[in-house]
Design a protein around this ligand. Sequence first.
Ligand SMILES: C[S@@+](CC[C@H](N)C(=O)[O-])C[C@H]1O[C@@H](n2cnc3c(N)ncnc32)[C@H](O)[C@@H]1O
Length: 190
Amino acid sequence: MTRKNFNQSVITSPEGVKTPSVVMTDPAFAKRIINYFSPQFSPNDTFLDPCAGFNAFFDNLPYPKDRCEIREGTDFLAYNTPATWIISNPPWHGIGYAPFAKHAYDLADHVVWLCRWDTLLGTGRRHRDYLEAGHKLAEIIMCDWKEANFTFLDGTPKAPEGFLLCVAHFSKLHQGDCKMTYWTKYAKRQ
Ligand SMILES: C[S@@+](CC[C@H](N)C(=O)[O-])C[C@H]1O[C@@H](n2cnc3c(N)ncnc32)[C@H](O)[C@@H]1O
């Protein structure tokens, strides 16, 4: 797979395996995530959506804020302005996700990703990436696929998956254990 594949809604590996990679978040769910973390925002904080897509997160972030989107010609991997908070739904494909997440950990004090649990946290390498950048895992929110209401680039809905969907908050300022929060239908909301 090469970087230019990120322009596509479906990534095709050299073996011909097609993986849905570009899925857009329901703006109402993006707003819920940002509102949830907003009590932790400070007056001088800056915000970045590094992969804005159709702006579900970006439109709901406070100012000052900036955005990247490779399909519009702004590659986050070539963007080097630090931000206090990075909050978004990143590229999902494992090959694309890892360098993207590592760059986010370097640039921001707080990184909040909405993504599949296995992509975010499923390997030791994934954990070493944020720990080596000075972050700790502050919170995981288990989410319902239906509330995220993902769509592909052409607007067609993405089916829910058996893999867990979650929001993970990585923070350079966090001390102590990771908090587990449930936004799922099978656990009481906190
Ligand atoms: C999973 S989609 C999510 C889009 C949006 N954040 C949302 O939640 O609706 C990931 C987005 O990342 C973009 N992307 C992938 N690689 C990128 C890069 N290196 N720099 C900027 N954007 C990138 C894709 O084009 C796509 O729009």
